[in-house]
Design a protein around this ligand. Structure first.
Ligand code: COA
Length: 100
């Protein structure tokens, strides 16, 4: 039997926004399987989708908001920065890929 150990919810905003954005609403990996590259695989899946659909999308946006009190904000930022995202200059939890 297969088990789900990671999940992400994304929203699509083609045409109606500038830049044309996919928003990662939530990304979570089972605590027992963290630091094994699974979150990166989920992010890469979205990046590949953007790269393959350049006519529809040119950016991924997200708000780095800890899922619960066990999640340290700075660690979340480290995760997204390790995956090539940059922080907005004003809103610390707003992040973009590719960097703007
Ligand atoms: C954020 C999350 C999805 C990362 O998933 P993951 O599978 O553990 O991440 P990866 O193994 O792909 O990590 C890739 C890199 O990101 C960085 N990173 C990941 N977790 C980190 C942490 N806790 N502290 C510091 N850096 C971290 C590291 O550079 C890591 O590479 P390394 O392990 O070789 O050092 C996972 O920690 C999680 O589910 N957190 C709780 C849910 C949550 O709050 N989600 C936020 C919604 S916005």
């Amino acid at each position: 039997m297969k088990k789900c150990i990671g999940n992400s919810f994304i929203s699509f905003f083609p045409d109606s926004s500038t830049p044309k954005t996919i928003i990662i609403d939530e990304i979570v990996v089972d605590p027992k399987f963290r630091r094994q590259g699974i979150g990166t695989q989920l992010i890469n899946h979205v990046k590949n989708y953007v790269s393959q659909n350049k006519n529809l999308y040119n950016q991924i946006t997200l708000f780095a908001d800890p899922l619960d009190e066990s999640v340290i904000f700075d660690n979340l930022i480290s995760f997204y920065k390790a995956n090539g995202f940059t922080q907005d200059s004003e809103l610390a939890n707003l992040m973009f890929w590719p960097p703007v």
